[in-house]
Design a protein around this ligand. Structure first.
Ligand SMILES: Cc1cc2nc3c(=O)[nH]c(=O)nc-3n(C[C@H](O)[C@H](O)[C@H](O)COP(=O)(O)OP(=O)(O)OC[C@H]3O[C@@H](n4cnc5c(N)ncnc54)[C@H](O)[C@@H]3O)c2cc1C
Length: 419
């Protein structure tokens, strides 16, 4: 059995950020990666995906975007190359093609079983991805046979990942979920000539730019991304909030429900059930849109208030704020007959979750199957950490830009534990 101070599971950007901090503090460690560095960006994303964060916001410990388009948005292959360069520059000790199959507690540490050799370590950091497999509602079971199904960003044995519209049969498409992935995919599938219906539940509306700056510049400058897990009022809710309704495009275009509706995409309420092949759609469409409109107005007002008091070096040349048009809510049906042949494909843009089955022997899961943790420190399992989950320690925890600070905090704790 091989021995090391820390085993890091996963060589995405989170694992690499942890590795960088471990190296700086002299902790001998290894990164075990079932595939290759940044594999999620090669295998799990759809073809047209671009980051919704601008390039300058891809900052990792000791490393940042160095290209000539800081305000642009990287494609998935570009992100993979960016992370691979980071791994090389950090000389990260990655063991590729090594799948962790189980983590067991022994004495004062852990045994990490893999499909290669086993490792013994006093500490383990799980950086295996917070968004690996689709979260799909149980009502999926009621879909009539013959309807194709896809999920963006992940797949399971009976639910293939979404790649591009050419992969879908001709005919109507129901996209379930109006967040970043749902709106992008609704737009590109509609552009392929297929009629698209978008089922809209709670969402977080965002303009791409505000007062001539990327809206994420505002999130960064005002400190909103730094909000801490142990200071915000409702952490549980913050951890399950939908992703920002935002896309990265060379035109820096805003894509929202008004744009989609104007292009001819049919908006309907949240998919609430499927009975006898008929989809039941919630009557809450107007309410969820009104709520998203109110929230985005409040967000932009907060930006204006910050700009009024911030230093001139940050706010020089900012034009005045522009209003956000309210969402135009169409009259929407409350039912959709899925057996009529009108809908040939359902795309589940309903979110992603981790796959931490290899921790199954440890008492770390809550009743919903989520790893219990306090800012990434797993209670009851000394020396076990997790990173890359929503609002782990900060609002930006799941972003590339959020990994550095979280990794720093966790490695500080880990070094204390080893010490
Ligand atoms: C569709 C989508 C769009 C996103 N867009 C943005 C964006 O615009 N900007 C942004 O900053 N962030 C974005 N994110 C969030 C975030 O950057 C990604 O989720 C990122 O991939 C998370 O990095 P990670 O290192 O935590 O996990 P991952 O990239 O998932 O890396 C985890 C690694 O662990 C490995 N692994 C898993 N299980 C095992 C095992 N048992 N044994 C060994 N290895 C294992 C995997 O192979 C993988 O390489 C997006 C995420 C998604 C899903």
């Amino acid at each position: 059995m091989l021995r090391v101070g820390a085993v890091v599971i996963g060589a995405g950007h989170s694992g690499l950020a942890v590795s960088r901090h471990l190296a700086e503090r002299g902790v001998d460690h290894v990164l075990l990666e079932r595939s290759e560095v940044a594999s999620s960006w090669r295998s799990q994303r759809w073809d047209s995906l671009r980051l919704l964060t601008p390039n300058w916001l891809s900052r990792l410990p000791g490393y940042a975007y160095r290209g000539d388009d800081p305000d642009g948005y990287m494609s998935a292959p570009q992100v993979a190359a960016f992370i691979e360069d980071y791994a090389k520059e950090s000389a990260a000790p990655v063991r590729a093609n090594t799948t962790v199959t189980a983590v067991r507690r022994v004495d004062d540490g852990y045994v990490v079983e893999t499909d290669q050799e086993a490792w013994r370590a006093a500490t383990v950091v799980v950086a295996a991805g917070g968004a690996s497999v689709p979260t799909v509602p149980e009502l999926r079971a009621g879909l009539p046979p013959g309807i194709e199904q896809r999920a963006p960003g992940g797949s399971t044995p009976d639910l293939p990942g979404y790649r591009n519209p050419d992969d879908l049969p001709q005919g109507g498409v129901l996209v379930v979920g109006p967040s970043a992935s749902g709106i992008q995919i609704a737009q590109e599938v509609h552009a392929s000539g297929r009629p698209v219906t978008l089922a809209v539940g709670e969402h977080v509306r965002m303009p791409r730019t505000y007062r001539d700056r990327d809206v994420l510049w505002w999130m960064d400058a005002t400190g909103l991304f730094e909000d801490r897990y142990d200071e915000i009022p409702d952490l549980l809710r913050a951890r399950v909030l939908p992703s920002m309704q935002l896309i990265g495009s060379p035109e820096r275009a805003t894509l929202d429900l008004n744009t989609l509706s104007a292009a001819g995409i049919r908006l309907v309420g949240r998919l609430a059930g499927v009975h006898d092949g008929v989809a039941q759609l919630s009557g809450s469409l107007r309410n969820v849109c009104t709520l998203a409109d109110l929230k985005v107005k409040r967000l932009l007002k907060g930006f204006d208030e910050w700009a009024a008091t911030a230093g001139a070096e940050q706010t020089a040349g900012l034009p005045p704020g522009e209003p956000v048009a309210p969402t135009v809510v169409p009259a929407a049906p409350l039912e959709l007959d899925l057996g009529s042949g009108e809908i040939r494909t359902v795309i589940w843009a309903t979110g992603l979750q981790p796959d931490f089955g290899f921790l199954g022997e440890l008492p770390v899961f809550d009743h919903k199957g989520r790893v219990r943790h306090d800012g990434g420190v797993v209670p009851g399992s000394p020396g076990l950490y997790v990173i890359g989950l929503p609002f782990l320690r900060r609002r930006k925890s799941t972003l590339i830009d959020g990994a550095g600070a979280d990794a720093d905090d966790l490695v500080t704790h880990l070094v204390g534990h080893l010490g």
